[in-house]
Design a protein around this ligand. Structure first.
Ligand code: HEC
Ligand code: HEC
Ligand code: HEC
Length: 133
């Protein structure tokens, strides 16, 4: 390759790069923003300090794992008492505990799950809260 071809090659490469990556930046401005899970429920509003059973970071990343641990504890070991990080003891129950505070399932759980494309099948058996509008 002669040196005077370099300009053409570079232009060619730049055009190729722009066309090739077009779908990436074309969608950038349009991507749906991640949801802001809504924590405005009666039960949470009644708390002097609104906190979950573990810290928010942990819950965001590990709530599925925690639910599995709760299920194992209840079903295998008949132990339903869960000492939260605050020291408060909660009953290990999806419907009676999680959904008591997070009674706005649609705006809370579902807003994230729809965004992430997951749909836990729990509600075939476990009671869903009656949505508060
Ligand atoms: C086929 C029915 C069924 C499905 C589906 C199901 N469970 Fe359960 N689950 C049960 C039964 C039955 C118990 C035992 C209830 C008890 O002893 O109080 C239980 C207990 C639990 C418990 C502990 C006690 C309680 O009442 O919450 C947790 C937590 C739990 N399941 C979480 C989940 C999660 C999370 C999912 C979805 C990923 C799920 N389950 C799906 C039937 C089901
Ligand atoms: C006593 C009320 C209460 C209970 C019980 C409770 N939560 Fe929470 N939860 C909260 C509050 C309040 C927050 C928000 C805390 C904050 O903003 O720092 C929260 C935050 C979360 C988050 C993180 C949300 C985010 O913004 O990323 C998840 C996920 C979650 N909870 C799931 C659960 C699950 C699953 C259970 C049952 C295992 C549960 N919660 C039980 C009150 C509760
Ligand atoms: C901050 C966003 C967020 C909130 C709020 C949230 N989830 Fe999730 N949840 C996720 C994500 C993301 C996944 C998928 C994680 C993965 O596959 O690793 C998930 C997975 C799960 C799973 C496992 C499902 C499966 O098929 O693997 C269960 C069960 C679950 N969530 C229950 C709940 C419940 C109950 C609530 C409301 C009390 C809730 N989540 C609130 C983001 C959230």
């Amino acid at each position: 390759m002669k040196i005077y071809d370099l300009g053409k090659v570079t232009v060619g490469l730049v055009i190729f790069f722009l066309v090739f990556t077009f779908p990436l930046y074309y969608n950038m401005g349009k991507a749906t923003p991640p949801p802001e899970p809504n924590i405005q429920t009666e039960a949470i509003a009644a708390m002097s300090e609104p906190v979950c059973v573990e810290n928010t970071e942990y819950m965001r990343a590990n709530h599925m794992k925690l639910l599995n641990e709760w299920r194992t504890s209840v079903v295998r070991n008949s132990n339903r008492a869960y000492p939260a990080f605050t020291g408060v003891r909660y009953e290990m129950s999806l419907s009676n505990t999680c959904m008591e505070c997070h009674s706005n399932k649609e705006k809370f759980c579902d807003s994230c799950h729809n965004y992430a494309g997951v749909s836990p099948y729990c509600w075939e058996c476990h009671l869903q809260p009656k949505e508060m509008k």
